[in-house]
Design a protein around this ligand. Structure first.
Ligand code: ZN
Length: 325
């Protein structure tokens, strides 16, 4: 695949050849003749044909334009030629783009994991054309900056069964772990989400994504979701269209609903007091999926919402800010 510099170099090369700037020097000592010149042209043509099909400049943008660790991102691609399909790779993840006919733009929702170090990362694209044509490729680098997440340590007190579980409780934890491993790794091919993601409750948040927490003096990993301070029994709604992947009790998560929005994008709701959906149900954005509560590892009733994309947790608040097709 050619990068832009190589393309420019080739353009330059071609210009020089066509200009025929120094034919006398090139052909010094030889009598310029038609067959040599024709062979030269043929060679250049062959060179162009033999090279893998590389796209001329495509317009590739990200929303938001400034990428940070922990953030979801919408990639939008406007190719110069008609494509049948578009796939990509980004930070080791596979992307499947959808076509928006109204803007003639391909789009895919992706993310930057919390652990991603600041730096420059390449989005590799491959556009499928009709069976007889080789795919068109294009790449663009995106800078990832470090997000500022709260450093304030939260001193929380939870029941001992969560910090010092008994052998029996460890068994339940192990069981829940197996369920999560089995379900949360699933990637369904079809995209089910459409348009913006909406908040699950109309309430203030009590803890943000990425904050460091301490339970009974033991430092835990960064907060992987968003907490809403809502009393038990508050209706909780789906953030977008999808299919209910999980609706069951898990040791730490309590009554937990997981919605699969397709292409590896899941939304998770913890500590519910009641389920309003069952596994396999198809849900729409804004549909009630359960009632908030204080089940599982909590210090008090609240709703924990998480966004998981292909195995990595992303900031739900940043997802709500995206304007999506
Ligand atoms: Zn939480």
């Amino acid at each position: 695949m050619l990068n832009l510099n190589q393309q420019l170099r080739m353009e330059t090369n071609r210009t020089i050849w066509h200009r025929g700037a120094h034919p006398s020097r090139v052909l010094q000592g030889r009598r310029p003749c038609a067959p040599t010149f024709a062979a030269g042209i043929a060679f250049v043509l062959l060179l162009f044909c033999a090279l893998p099909a590389s796209a001329t400049t495509w317009t590739v943008t990200s929303q938001p334009t400034r990428l940070v660790n922990g953030a979801p991102v919408l990639f939008q691609v406007k190719p110069t030629t008609k494509l049948e399909s578009l796939t990509g790779t980004w930070l080791g993840h596979k992307l499947t783009f959808s076509f928006d006919p109204s803007s003639k733009t391909w789009f895919a929702l992706a993310g930057v994991s919390f652990e991603t170090a600041p730096g420059s990362y390449t989005l590799e694209l491959s556009g499928g054309r009709t069976a007889s044509n080789s795919p068109l490729t294009f790449s663009r680098k995106f800078a990832v900056a470090a997000a500022i997440y709260p450093k304030i340590k939260v001193q929380l007190a939870v029941e001992k069964k969560f910090t010092e579980p008994s052998p029996e409780q460890l068994e339940q934890i192990e069981e829940a772990k197996k369920v999560k491993q089995e379900y949360l790794g699933r990637v369904t091919a079809e995209r089910e989400w459409r348009g913006n993601f909406a908040a699950p409750v109309d309430a203030a948040t009590s803890d943000v994504f990425g904050s460091q927490r301490i339970f009974n003096g033991v430092a835990q990993r960064e907060h992987q979701g968003l907490d809403y301070r809502v009393p038990t029994g508050t209706p909780v709604t789906a953030l977008n269209d999808g299919t209910v992947l999980l609706a069951r009790f898990l040791y730490y998560e309590g009554n937990c609903v997981v919605i699969d929005h397709g292409q590896g994008l899941l939304t998770l709701f913890f500590h519910l007091s009641e389920f309003k959906v069952k596994e396999g149900d198809v849900v729409k954005r804004g549909q009630e999926i359960g009632l908030s509560g204080g089940t599982g590892r909590v210090t008090g009733p609240h709703l924990h919402v998480a966004v998981r994309w292909q195995g990595t947790y992303l900031d739900p608040a940043r997802l709500f800010q995206l304007r999506l097709p």
